[in-house]
Design a protein around this ligand. Structure first.
Ligand code: C5P
Length: 215
């Protein structure tokens, strides 16, 4: 039994002007299945904070946001009361520095858009984490995947990192199946390629085992 669960999901979208935005290929399926699996196992009430996606689970407190800054505000409000927090959202690393209130006009052959870094929500959560809280992050890497994962696990003070190796064989984003590694202080475990629903079940197995071991 976990008591309170916080899951983020989907992409964030970062507005440029009234009709355009920056985003990524996250479908929101992994976060959806993590929430559905928590419901099936009756692990506790789930707060589900998601960017735009069609994958919306039932029986959760649903909070829909668009930008990283909106997601950060919603997450910060709910994190203190949560026992397990899973950041499955693909938060945009950058947003347009400026929001153009009028639709940008087509002009020359080139257009330069200046970007500003978004807050790293998970990094902030890692710093605020209290004893008894379990924090899970995701990573999508294309090179030096294990070294980068280990660095993230430590830098973000995570209990578990779900590592996606992004390659032609495993695009991960938008797909129904995924092949991931579970990275924790205990080491790295490779899971076979499986549906995202099964990945979610294995991630919960690992979270519950970690929480069991840590009392
Ligand atoms: O550092 P990287 O972006 O690879 O880390 C991915 C993890 O960090 C994911 O769990 C994602 O939800 C989270 N993240 C975040 N805020 C950002 C970027 C990523 O919380 N601005």
């Amino acid at each position: 039994m976990c008591s309170r669960i916080l899951i983020t999901s989907g992409p964030t979208i970062e507005p440029i002007d009234p009709v355009r935005f920056l985003s990524n290929r996250s479908s929101g399926q992994t976060g959806f299945h993590l929430a559905a699996e928590a419901g099936r196992r009756r692990l506790g009430p789930v707060t589900f904070i998601t960017g735009p996606t069609v994958f919306l689970p039932d029986d959760v407190e649903l909070i829909q946001v668009e930008s990283a800054q909106e997601m950060r505000a919603a997450v910060n409000e709910h994190f203190p009361a949560s026992d397990v927090t899973i950041m499955a959202a693909a938060v945009s690393d950058y947003r347009s520095l400026k929001y153009y209130p009028e639709k940008l006009k087509k002009r020359g052959e080139r257009l330069t858009l200046e970007l500003a870094k978004n807050p790293d929500i998970l990094l902030e959560l890692g710093r605020a984490k209290r004893r008894g809280q379990t924090l899970v992050g995701f990573a999508a890497e294309t090179e030096d995947i294990f070294a980068n994962a280990q660095r993230k696990l430590e830098a973000k003070n995570l209990d578990l990192l779900v590592l996606n190796e992004i390659s032609a064989e495993n695009p991960a984003f938008g797909m129904v199946e995924n092949q991931v590694y579970l990275v924790s202080a205990d080491g790295v475990r490779k899971l076979e390629k499986m549906s995202k629903a099964l990945v979610a079940a294995r991630v919960w197995d690992e979270i519950l085992a970690l929480r069991g071991r840590n009392g």
